[in-house]
Design a binder for this molecule. Sequence first.
Ligand SMILES: Nc1ncnc2c1ncn2[C@@H]1O[C@H](COP(=O)(O)OP(=O)(O)OP(=O)(O)O)[C@@H](O)[C@H]1O
Length: 326
Amino acid sequence: MSGTYPGRVALTVDNLSLEFRTRAGVVPALDRVQFEVRRGETVGVVGEQGAGKSVTACAVMGLLGAAAWMTHGRIVFGGVDVTRATEPVMQKLRGSEIAMLVQNPRSALNPMRPIGWQIEEVLLHHVSVTRRMVRRQVLKAMARVQIPDAERLYRAYPYELSEELCQRVLMAMALSAQPTLLIADNPTAGFDITAQAAIMDLIKTISLGRDMATLLFTHDLALAAAYCDRMVIMYAGQVVEQAPTAVLLKAPRHPYTAKLIGATLAGLTSWMEIGTIPGHAPDLRGALPPCRFAARCDRRLTTCNTEPLPYTAIEVNHDVACWNPL
Ligand SMILES: Nc1ncnc2c1ncn2[C@@H]1O[C@H](COP(=O)(O)OP(=O)(O)OP(=O)(O)O)[C@@H](O)[C@H]1O
């Protein structure tokens, strides 16, 4: 990314290209993806279905299966190139330095064990605490993530809790080791608006309080706009634009970003004003032009289909991948 930001860089995704080799063909899921996240900063990676959000999140966690091949670039976290790290190194990073919140939090918990016991296990693994003292620490951890009535819920099973409370339990576990980087992959998908705000407020407060770097992966531009300092817009595996949130919303330079903003309800007074983006995201198994948005873009030039995509610093801290930006 161009320019400079205050704060230490926690994570660098540097020109990452990655493909899946499947029976149906090669799927180039990520194409030269690049962005940084700094301590104390919340960065939103925003894109519609198939943009490459989950693949990027899993790549950072070192959780991609054997079908995924990295063809270019690297991911640097705390001086370690995650893409080349051994599994024991990654296991150490996961859970201690990098924590993750997922969508459908209930399914990430063990349905057969009370939630207090599950938090206990994580605490005993990461923090130096005796078995006798662990219960008190668990109650503290539950209080930190604002789980009400913690004494009673200690022995509750995940099926007895709402998805929102299950997400708080995951947060209590994720934060027990004081991670530097929090990856939140659609953490509030399917939540009602109140639960969504409550979880996002909590993530934001804790991130700031602990000087954590937070990466929020979401398809919800309005949500990212409300909580993120910067946004990285992805389309079909490419980063098309990144900028501070206020700049991006006020003056988007990539045609896709502008359409995405026009397609959200925020700031509009009627449903009639919502724009749509004609066409579909490309099938990544087919032949792809250098700009993967070109087929849907009303500003496309011949070069968009023939020349490598330029990645231009339009202003300090504002980068756009487009031959004909707004
Ligand atoms: N294991 C896999 N094998 C083959 N292709 C895959 C695999 N995992 C992901 N992909 C492809 O990679 C691309 C990016 O997928 P990804 O799940 O990261 O998108 P996303 O932005 O997270 O979308 P969503 O919001 O729907 O989760 C898609 O085209 C998807 O089909």
